[in-house]
Structure formats: structure tokens, C-alpha cells
Ligand binder design. Sequence first.
Ligand SMILES: Nc1ncnc2c1ncn2[C@@H]1O[C@H](COP(=O)(O)OP(=O)(O)OP(=O)(O)O)[C@@H](O)[C@H]1O
Ligand SMILES: [Mg+2]
Length: 264
Amino acid sequence: MAVVTFLSAKGSPGVTTTALLCAALWPRPAVLVEADPAGGDLLARVPAADGSVLDADHGLLPLLTTARRGLSAAQVLEQTQLVAGGSRVVVGLAGSEQAQAAGSGWSALARALREVSREHDVLVDAGRVGADPVHLDLLRASDVVTLVVRAQVSAVLHARERLRVLSGALRRPDGLLPRTGVVVVGDLRRHAREVADATGLLSAVGDWVDDFGALPLDPAGAAVFDGARTSRPERTALVRSGRALVADLVAASTGAAGTGRSAA
Ligand SMILES: Nc1ncnc2c1ncn2[C@@H]1O[C@H](COP(=O)(O)OP(=O)(O)OP(=O)(O)O)[C@@H](O)[C@H]1O
Ligand SMILES: [Mg+2]
């Protein structure tokens, strides 16, 4: 099993939606951890499996608060909740102050998530990553890192820069990188060329950058992961495309565990 992390650079909204989409379609037992240091959205966006509101007292904050004394996989699993659709999640923080206050708790969380990944795939919503990410150890502990990028010139340029920086920052002592790839979100019907160009530009950063495919801009599909009630979510373009993305990520995670590739 593996730790599969989703993140973005400036100009590319869609990380939480993509992580929720993948969690909903994931074919193996999985836990989605909302680890965006800017704060979480699940509490406000997604109902619990029984239709009630998710419990705000269960989630990442109690984990990071106790993490300095050591954190086990069992403690992480105790903080999970089931959401409508069946995914198992750890809801995120209230805001960036809590993320800063956690300090070395993030490193302990990274170790605990590796332990969780012995029996579950762990999907991590790491939010938008800039300079000096507070959760760098968590990113480094990933088997697969997926950069969500909008197919717009400015977003692609920011993503390229982020990939270059991450290729240094995520390198482990053994010289290897997590398996790293991009998923481009764009209008696949009217602007397929822009999506392909964006993917090409990002793949050109290095042969260590994988192409995890594309997702459509689909407001109706995205609304499913924003608390909207949709009668047939599986028919939306987003969910249909999500299956191919999940297949790619599962394949990458299977091939990637403990490997990574050397960067230029
Ligand atoms: N593929 C998509 N098609 C259409 N709309 C999308 C898509 N992905 C995300 N959105 C919409 O974009 C907005 C931001 O998405 P989301 O919350 O997933 O982004 P984020 O990167 O997690 O943002 P934040 O930095 O606020 O956490 C939401 O309104 C969401 O519905
Ligand atoms: Mg988000």
C-alpha cells in the first residue's frame, strides 16, 4: 500500500476536489487525510455517511497536538470518519495558525501515515505548496506526489517552478524522489490542445515527471465533491475521467513504493 499525495502550485485550484474524487473511486481500503496547512474544507463541504455533519472534534488537530509524544497508526485510524459516498477521512485544520503551531508534529504524522500505509492506501490533500512548506516531511514520506495543474499559461509556469524546487526538496537521503507526476485540469472538449501543451511543458521539466493524464473542467461533477446532491454522480464527466486517473495512480503507487527516480 502507499502514501499518495495531492498538491498544487499558485493558480491551480482543484486539489481537494481531485483528492476527494480519487478517494471515492479508490479500489483498495484507503484513508484520505486532509493535510492542507491553510486549513481544511471537508467539514463544510461533505456530509457524514449518515447525512449528519462531520464531527469537528475528530481529525488532524488532535493528531498533531499529541504527535510530539509519538503517534501510532491506530491513533490515526481513531480520528477517521466515514463520509457520504463511503470514503474514510481525517478532517483538516481550522487554519494556518494551527498548522504553524504543530511544528515537529508534522514529522511524527508523516511517520504514522507510513505505518498506516502498511494496511491502507493513504491519500493526502496537501493543499497549495509554496516555499518552506510546514509539512515538507509529509511530502517527502509520500510514495507518489501528484501535482494538480490548471491548463492555463500562468498556472503551468508556476507548476513548472514548483516541480523544479520539489525535485530538490523531496530528495531523500538515498538520492531517490517520490514518484512525481502531473494531472492537468482543463476543458477537454474545446481546449484539448491547451491541455496537451500543458502536459508536454510539464513533462519536459524532467524524465522523472510522470503524466497522470487529464481531468475535465466540469462544474456539475465538481459540485458532487462540494456537498451538492446529484442523482447519478457516476455519469458526470469528472467521475468518468477520475477512473483513469485512479488507475494510473494505483499503478504508479504499486511500481513506486520505496523506489522513486533520480532527477536531472
Ligand atoms: N475539475 C473541475 N471542474 C470544475 N470545477 C472544479 C474542478 N475542480 C475543482 N473545481 C472547483 O474549483 C473550486 C476550488 O476547488 P478545490 O476546493 O478542490 O480547490 P483547492 O485547490 O483545494 O482550493 P483551496 O486552496 O481553497 O483548498 C471549487 O469550487 C470546485 O468545485
Ligand atoms: Mg483544498
